[in-house]
Structures are given as structure tokens and as C-alpha cells.
Design a protein around this ligand. Structure first.
Ligand SMILES: [Fe+2]
Ligand SMILES: [Fe+2]
Length: 307
């Protein structure tokens, strides 16, 4: 495993971690793997996902209960995602501009990342890269989904799937501090395996399996758990939503929006296969890339400032 040119300089450079000793307590997902308990505020925010428009006030009240969460949502709304002319000053304004489902998704994503990042000082820059990547994928998959003729769910739901597709990696950071970091940070070339391979080798499960466990245990929607579990399986291509997440994931890697532990050089299915599967013309694909490059600056700048 080598350092490839153009890699994000904040990532540490290490050798292939296959030679590292495995953790003293290997992860046994059926017996001793414990998912941390879900924060109370998150239970209530997740419950608002199923409700109708009347839950806007409820969501606002929940977010305002946690001033740090409210402040982060406002900062995100103002800088990283949406370039509104007027600044977003209140949560109710954010809900009105972005929509209740996007604000709910952001609240869930911020809350989960915060829960697992607490105390992870030495690896916080890597987790920040993952969060940047996740936001990039969320933004891209929403864009892809909005244009897709194959959509059977709202584009806001696609956004949530993009935001949480790699959530299993956050659990691995938490469960194996100092061990998962080097595996995640090592640059992977065309001849190296994908990160799921190293996760399976070291921990007996990959981030897709672990992410699904978290999603199920924390009561996230079934379909979201399904997308998280299968977002690297080529056999899942018949699901348009999973195809869209896969395509957004590879695009975010290609455009270097954050980092998710894998350069995507060995990805299967390939970018071109996903493009044709989603019936995206070359013209549309170039437009998507342009959109992503424009947004990338905002996202990267935001995450550099707030890390
Ligand atoms: Fe992944
Ligand atoms: Fe990813």
C-alpha cells in the first residue's frame, strides 16, 4: 500500500496494516459486540422521521434542547451545503429553507458522529475526513436521485442514506482506538484490496455489517439499514437507491471530498457501470462532476474551520 499522489495531506501515511497484530479481543458480532446505547434526544429525532409536516415544531424544540447541536446545524446550513442569499439564523428558518427531512437527517448524522467521536482525540482528524466524505455523498446522492427516473423514495431519504452509508466505520474507530485508524488512513492502490477486506480480516466483519447493526438497534428506518448493509455489493445493483449511493460514493472519492478509508480504485461495480445503471448520460455526468467540484470547496472549507 503506497501513498498515491494528490492524497489529502492531513491523512497519516502508514504501511499496509495487515502485518499489525490483531486486536486482543476480536470483534464477535453475535456475542460480545455491544452497540452503545442510543442518546435519548436521538430516539426522539428518529421518531420524527415517520411523522407528517406537523412535526416541524417538535423537531425544532428537540434541536433547541441541545444548543451545541442547534449551533452546528446552523453553521452547516449557512456554509457547507446551501448558499442562500440570506443567512440562516434560526432552526425554524433552517427547517423552512432546507425542509424538515434534511434538517432531521443532519441532526441524526451530527448526533451519531458526535456520540462516537467523543474522546477520540488522536483520530478526530480522520473521523472528520469521514464526516466530510459522508456529507459529500449525501449531497451528491440527493442530486442524482432528484434527476433519476427510477426513484421510488423522496430525495431527502436518499440524502440520509448518503450521510449514514459508512456509519459502521465510526463504530470501528470507537471500538478499536489506535488500531482502526492506520487501516483507514493507509492509501490503497489498484493492487490493494478494498477497505472492507481489511476490516473483515482484522475484525471479522466489515463496516457495512456493523453499520446495519447500529441502524437496526437504534431504530433507524429498515430501508436505510438495508442500504447501509448492501452499499458495496454488486448484487444490490437492482436497487436504484443503492446504485445511486454507490455512484455518489465513487464520485466523492474521485473528487476527493473528504476521505472514507478507500480510494475506490478497485471498486466493483465500476463508475462507468454505475453510471449506465442509473441511466446517466455523459453530459449529465459531467454536470454532476461540475456541481460536486463547486460544492467541494464549501464543504472542505467548512470542515477545516469547524474541526
Ligand atoms: Fe462503505
Ligand atoms: Fe463511502
Amino acid at each position: 500500500m503506497n501513498n498515491s499522489p494528490g492524497r489529502n495531506p492531513s491523512l497519516i501515511s502508514v504501511n499496509l496494516p495487515m502485518s499489525m497484530s490483531k486486536p486482543a479481543v476480536p470483534l464477535s458480532i453475535n456475542k460480545d459486540f455491544e452497540i452503545p446505547s442510543i442518546p435519548l434526544v436521538l430516539i426522539r429525532i428518529i421518531q420524527t422521521l415517520d411523522k407528517d409536516k406537523n412535526s416541524a415544531r417538535e423537531l425544532e424544540a428537540l434541536i433547541l434542547h441541545d444548543p451545541a447541536l442547534a449551533a452546528r446545524i446552523l453553521r452547516l446550513a449557512n456554509s457547507a451545503f446551501y448558499s442562500f442569499r440570506a443567512s440562516v439564523k434560526t432552526i425554524s428558518h433552517a427547517i423552512a429553507l432546507l425542509g424538515i427531512n434534511i434538517v432531521t437527517s443532519l441532526a441524526i448524522g451530527i448526533n451519531i458522529f458526535d456520540t462516537f467521536t467523543k474522546g477520540a482525540k488522536s483520530e478526530s482528524s480522520l473521523i472528520n475526513e469521514l464526516w466530510t466524505h459522508s456529507c459529500g455523498v449525501a449531497m451528491l446522492v440527493k442530486e442524482i436521485w432528484a434527476k433519476s427516473s427510477r426513484r421510488e423514495k423522496e430525495e431527502e431519504f436518499a440524502f440520509l442514506c448518503g450521510l449514514l452509508h459508512d456509519i459502521g466505520k465510526v463504530i470501528l474507530f470507537k471500538k478499536y482506538p489506535g488500531h482502526y485508524g492506520p487501516i483507514f488512513a493507509a492509501a490503497k492502490t489498484e493492487t490493494d484490496a478494498v477497505i472492507s477486506f481489511y476490516e473483515n480480516e482484522n475484525y471479522g466483519a466489515d463496516h457495512a455489517v456493523i453499520g446495519e447493526m447500529l441502524a437496526k438497534q437504534w431504530g433507524l428506518p429498515e430501508e436505510l439499514a438495508f442500504v447501509i448493509r448492501r452499499h458495496h455489493e454488486s448484487s444490490a445493483l437492482k436497487s436504484p437507491l443503492i446504485s445511486a449511493v454507490m455512484l455518489a460514493d465513487l464520485l466523492a472519492k474521485e473528487l476527493k471530498i473528504g476521505y472514507d478509508g478507500d480510494d475506490g480504485l478497485n471498486a466493483n461495480p465500476s463508475l462507468s457501470k454505475l453510471q449506465s445503471n442509473m441511466e446517466i448520460t455523459d453530459e449529465e455526468y459531467e454536470r454532476l462532476k461540475l456541481f460536486a467540484s463547486r460544492e467541494r470547496e464549501g464543504i472542505n472549507r467548512f470542515f477545516k474551520i469547524s474541526s
